[in-house]
Design a protein around this ligand. Structure first.
Ligand code: NAD
Length: 359
């Protein structure tokens, strides 16, 4: 029986519509081959939504997203909206979308593709074979804890305050996502904390250790965040899945992603408790190359693969897309951002055609 999914597409701004068009073609082709059917519905977000409605996240868009099986976003923002007040900027649309969908888990893979190994700033032997998934808690920790603010003390001196706080239930729900994610990979989970100094991390470590009992097939280890930063650069191959809090995850996921050296290749997923997940490339709207058919669509295409694997539980379809990406790179096709000597330069559309040809 054909499995049908309703997918909300949010092309957004800048290169967004270009990379989304390629991705939709790829999804249609894969669907036809795997017995899946997609009902796509498109909505406005970011600058495009501001221009049309005055709001970066119109109520209709959020409602449509909630009423779908998954949300595929391209990118938002651009020069045109840079001078708007913070609350009405395109970026606010994205933040409101994440909180509106209750997305508390952010999954950021960092896998070195053999074809692009020279794009990494680290030595080939250090990064060859790296395949890491960072699971970051997204809606708690020090970015949201109370009290927060800049307060004046009795002596008139100012004090800046933020609070790192995690409750057991917050730790457990991100922990479950991380164990489930590790289960779909090489079944090794490293929980990163600072439990030698922070009580909040001691609770984090306790809960992760207790959760492990329910996942006997996953090997759990713990690491302090300072060591984790060092190990990511020294010997990144030791990691499979990493789980950590909001602040540590913000920093470590960027560090891990940059092991790969190419921003146009990096997908991400944000997941909630049971509603639809949000799948988007790590890069922005690249206004400097928008509308010129120069964008690399592969991060967006790989975000669609993450949607299939983690959002819709369709691993075969996800594999097909990931294999197609590897094949076009093997064939030597490169957009400008990942071009190296001897390779064939293609535009966004050309890369899309190459993908369809191998699929
Ligand atoms: P950016 O990621 O858009 O661009 C950084 C550089 O990388 C640019 O030179 C760009 O041309 C290049 N680049 C990015 N993606 C590419 C791709 N797919 N193919 C080829 N080259 C690519 O970051 P920025 O310049 O700091 O921000 C531009 C706008 O995007 C801003 O308005 C920012 O707020 C927004 N932004 C949005 C998101 C998002 O939607 N999640 C994330 C980051 C930035």
């Amino acid at each position: 029986m054909t499995q049908r999914y309703r997918i909300t597409l949010l092309p957004g701004d800048g290169i967004g519509p270009e990379i989304m068009a390629v991705t939709v073609d790829v999804l249609k082709k894969v669907a036809a081959q795997t017995g899946i059917a997609f009902d796509f519905q498109e909505a406005l977000v970011g600058g495009a939504a501001i221009d049309a409605t005055g709001s970066p996240l119109p109520a209709d868009t959020l409602a449509m997203c909630k009423d779908s099986d998954a949300v595929l976003l391209a990118a938002i923002g651009g020069y045109k909206w840079d001078n708007l007040p913070n609350d009405s900027r395109p970026e606010k649309g994205l933040l409101n979308l994440r909180s509106g969908l209750g997305l508390f888990a952010n999954l950021r893979p960092a896998a070195i593709l053999p074809q692009l190994i020279d794009a990494s700033s680290l030595k080939r032997e250090v990064v060859e074979g790296v395949d890491i998934m960072v699971v970051r808690e997204l809606t708690g920790g020090i970015y949201f804890g109370q009290p927060r603010g800049i307060f004046e003390t009795e002596t008139g001196e100012k004090r800046g305050v933020n609070t790192m706080v995690y409750s057991e239930s917050e730790i457990d729900r991100i922990g479950r996502v991380a164990f489930e994610t590790a289960r779909k990979r090489r079944k090794k989970l490293c929980s990163v904390d600072k439990s030698n100094v922070l009580e909040v991390s001691q609770l984090w470590r306790d809960r992760m250790t207790q959760l492990a009992a329910a996942y006997p097939d996953v090997e759990l280890s713990h690491m302090y965040v300072d060591n984790a930063a060092m190990q990511l650069l020294r010997a990144p191959k030791q990691f499979d899945t990493i789980v950590t809090g909001n602040l540590f995850g913000d920093i470590l996921s960027d560090a891990a992603a940059m092991l790969t050296g190419s921003i146009g290749m990096l997908p991400s997923a944000s997941m909630g408790a049971n509603g639809p997940g949000l799948f988007e490339p790590v890069h922005g709207s690249a206004p400097d190359i928008a509308g010129q058919d120069k964008a690399n669509p592969l991060a967006q295409v790989l975000s669609a693969a993450m949607m299939l694997r983690y959002g819709l539980n369709q691993p075969e379809a996800a594999d097909q897309i990931e294999q197609a990406v590897l094949k076009v790179l093997d064939q030597g096709y490169r957009t400008g951002d990942i071009l190296s000597e001897g390779m064939t330069l293609v535009g966004c559309k050309g890369m899309g055609e190459a993908l369809l040809a191998v699929l």
